[in-house]
Write a protein that binds this ligand. Structure first.
Ligand code: SF4
Length: 439
């Protein structure tokens, strides 16, 4: 059987797309391997959000080259492939094919052409492409990503995604429910619905609220947890908030990208809310779903960010009390509107701000997590922890706990009491017998 090796960088959408590509090639008889040395096709699924991620991929291509035997094919797929297109073929001679996120069903054809010595790129946007007929091949059965929307219609000035993933399109609600039903029938109990602005999902008269209720409202037997990422802050309509509150499987965690706490910066980023409006959304989420955990994305060093702007971001972290945050130094991306903005913040200043922000985020998270020590939570045991012979488990609020227990607990739900925290993760003690086992 021919083997495919895929290395995935970037967001969960890329993880989901890699599963899709294994599905496309699975129809041609390919199976996935974790060993590049035994692969016939090597793909690197890339991210274009930051320059650093692209540099890493270029370095990695040089390393993967050594696994390429005669007849093997090395390809770059995903957002960086879309951004650079045929230029990537010129720049990296060992690369045989370049495919953007809408071109994955063409993989078998481009692989065949590459084997005949024709290097090729397919970076055309296909607004009709949902890959509805391609069943993704997933790794584990316990928890699954389900893409419900592709592309983005927003135009945040720092963001390359609209240029790499094209316009927003949602899958049909019935198709998503069918996929989740199939997953549940095979033992999956937790799904994460994926979209660039997932809460703006719409299918005819159906909105994201309908989707949450359809997937998590009990109509799909076996689905116990529904997560979603990433929402756009101002797309939380009253209907969506009500669906979150009333749908038992919807977990009490939202990743709510703020990007900045400064109105001046938010405006330059073309985020469609003010700090005040963001705080209203936070309040509405907390009212609708008491105890909800909130995490966020924050950028420092955006063009013309003053110390005062930066301090507004710091104070937003403190005011909201985020449970965690992904923090980034602004990375200019060719083709985005922000590269034309003046007054770039010197790298040393941005770096120093990033350090300060990380310190504040950690401090706030630690305070919140310390307050949880001694409390009891339902966790889904996901697998072995990287260290210490423990199991890794996750609460509905997305907190990670390391628990002592047998391998057989993987995939089951337990109740654990938090006995300690590092500030970010917890140690947990099982307090009850098994709550449910994956079928
Ligand atoms: S909402 Fe903004 S940040 Fe998110 S993917 Fe779309 S353009 Fe990028």
């Amino acid at each position: 059987m021919p083997r495919i090796y895929i290395e995935t960088y970037g967001c969960q959408m890329n993880v989901s797309d890699s599963e899709l590509m294994v599905g496309v090639l699975g129809r041609e008889g390919y199976v996935r391997t974790d060993d590049p040395a035994e692969a016939d096709v090597l793909l690197v699924n890339t991210c274009a959000v930051r320059a650093h991620a692209e540099q890493r991929v270029l370095g990695r291509m040089g390393e993967l080259k050594r696994y390429k035997r005669p007849g093997d094919v090395l390809g770059v797929v995903g957002c960086m492939a879309q951004r650079l297109g045929p230029k990537l073929l010129e720049r990296v001679p060992q690369v045989d094919l370049v495919i953007g996120p809408d071109g994955y069903r063409g993989l078998p054809e481009l692989i065949a052409r590459a084997r005949q010595g024709q290097r090729a790129a397919d970076v055309a946007f296909k607004s009709w492409e949902h890959y509805e007929d391609v069943p993704p091949v997933r790794g584990g059965a316990v928890s699954a990503f389900v893409t419900v929307q592709r592309g983005c219609d927003y135009r945040c000035t720092f963001c390359i995604v609209p240029m790499t993933r094209g316009p927003e399109r949602s899958r049909k609600l019935t198709d998503v429910v069918r996929e989740v039903t199939d997953l549940a029938a095979n033992g999956t109990t937790e799904v994460t619905l994926l979209g660039q602005t997932v809460n703006s999902y719409h299918d005819g008269e159906h909105d994201f609220a309908d989707l949450l209720r359809a997937v998590g409202g009990g109509a799909v037997p076996g689905i116990r947890r529904v997560r979603f990422t990433s929402p756009y802050p101002t797309d939380f309509t009253d209907r969506v908030l009500a669906a979150m509150a009333e749908t038992p499987a919807v977990c009490e965690h939202v990743h709510l990208p703020a990007q900045s706490g400064s109105n001046r910066t938010l405006k330059r980023m073309l985020r469609r809310y003010t700090r005040e409006r963001f705080l209203e959304v936070v309040a509405a989420l907390r009212t609708a779903v008491p105890g909800i955990a909130l995490t966020t994305d924050l950028i420092v060093g955006f063009p013309d960010e003053t110390e005062e702007d930066f301090l507004d971001t710091i104070s937003l972290v403190e005011q909201v009390g985020f449970d965690d945050a992904y923090t980034f130094k602004y990375s200019p991306r060719e083709g985005t509107p922000a590269v034309r903005l003046k007054d770039h913040v010197p790298d040393t200043v941005a770096g120093e701000r990033l350090e300060r922000l990380i310190g504040v985020v950690r401090g706030v998270a630690r305070r919140r997590n310390m307050a949880l020590v001694g409390t009891t939570h339902e966790v889904l045991v996901e697998g072995r922890a990287k260290r210490g012979g423990l199991l890794q488990a996750r609460t509905r609020t997305n907190k990670i706990a390391l628990v002592e227990g047998p391998e057989g607990w993987i995939g089951s739900y337990r109740r654990v009491r938090f006995t300690g925290t590092t500030g970010s993760t917890f140690t947990g003690w099982p307090v009850e017998q098994e709550l449910a086992t994956v079928g």
